[in-house]
Write a protein that binds this ligand. Structure first.
Ligand code: PMP
Length: 333
């Protein structure tokens, strides 16, 4: 027997790069998506979850029987809970109640303790990230094996995980022939880790942030001011502040992407390429198309395919919801 490992963790990383034919033909560039939805827990956030747990273990903050607490849009929680289950940790997840039912159900079904809170801005003490941090502190003395706040936004073990895995994989898979990398930011872990690795290898690789409407990061990168306009149905991306992970990113420029631009890209990929992707992928691919147009024909651009559409069915394929929001919907529904 070769390459056998008995653990969930063996299924994290080493994801393929998939050529996105429509976006590539449109721009006469080679646009590839890193298929992070193939990670064992179904999203790019499995990598962050693993890096945060390994960090806590190395710092001797947790041992078998311990508890991991985290505030998450869902995907990090799903990753933490699966990894936690495989290593003997309990998981408590704090999540905004407006996230999709699909992600809440997944968390409950895999045994996470789920605490839903009303969405509040970061400056408010009721913000889900702050609630998770306080909860971990309160529970500290209840478990001798340790209670850890994973703190994916400001623990830079997150970005380091991508620096050590996602970045090198992209460099090897493209054999260093990469002109641009584009992705959105939630915690900033992916863009920080990947951008630092790629810029170290070749400082001429262009790194662009693809930011949904309603997020302040586009204006911060382009004009130096944290300011937002509009909104988006996407989940897990966008920010009103500079997290410690995002602060490490090496970024050349940013695109602001509206749902009217990203949703048709997702629907076309389903119809024409058999790829059924989550909402942040639409923003990422829209950004890759914009960067391809900016850099010109013949370039190779990589983006991240974070998760699958099934985590967002109640929004992405809900015709009534989309019509109410005056957004495009799939022609076949
Ligand atoms: N896409 C999805 C679907 C996510 O859940 C997240 C993280 N919340 C991201 C993108 C952003 O990744 P990062 O946190 O590494 O910036």
């Amino acid at each position: 027997m070769k390459n056998t490992q008995n653990n969930f963790i063996a299924g994290i990383g080493n994801t393929p790069l998939i050529k996105l034919s429509g976006p590539s033909e449109l721009t006469k560039c080679n646009i590839y998506g890193k298929a992070e939805y193939l990670n064992a827990g179904g999203s790019v956030k499995d990598r962050a979850a693993l890096a945060l747990i390994r960090d806590a273990e190395e710092k001797k903050l947790i041992s078998k029987g311990g508890t991991i607490v985290e505030g998450t849009a869902g995907n990090t929680g799903i990753g933490l809970c699966h990894i936690g289950n495989s290593l003997g940790y309990k998981t408590i997840i704090v999540m905004n109640e407006n996230q999709t039912q699909e992600k809440k159900d997944t968390l409950i079904n895999i045994g996470a303790e789920l605490r839903l809170v009303p969405p509040k801005p970061y400056k408010d003490n009721g913000n889900y990230v702050k609630v998770a941090g306080r909860l971990a502190k309160e529970l500290k003395n209840t478990n001798n094996q340790g209670v850890v706040w994973a703190n994916q936004f400001d623990n830079t073990a997150n970005a380091k995980g991508h620096y050590k895995s996602t970045g090198p994989e992209i460099w090897e898979q493209t054999e260093g022939k990469i002109d641009g990398f584009v992705c959105s930011s939630g915690t900033g872990g992916t863009i920080a880790g990947v951008s630092n690795f790629l810029k170290e290898k070749n400082k001429n690789v262009k790194i662009y942030l693809s930011d949904p409407r309603g997020s302040s990061l586009y204006n911060y990168i382009e004009n130096g001011e944290l300011k937002s306009e509009g909104g988006s149905i996407t989940e897990g991306i966008g920010s009103s502040r500079i997290t410690a992970n995002f602060a490490e990113a090496k970024i050349d420029g940013a695109f602001s992407i509206d749902d009217h631009e990203s949703l048709p890209i997702l629907y076309n990929l389903i119809k024409n390429e058999g790829l059924s992707l989550g909402t942040s992928c639409g923003v990422n691919i829209a950004g890759a198309i914009r960067l391809a147009k900016k850099l010109g024909p013949g370039k190779t651009i990589i983006t991240i395919l974070c998760d699958r559409s099934d985590r967002y069915q109640s929004k992405l394929f809900n015709k009534k919801f989309l019509i109410e929001k005056k957004l495009p919907y799939p022609s076949w529904l």
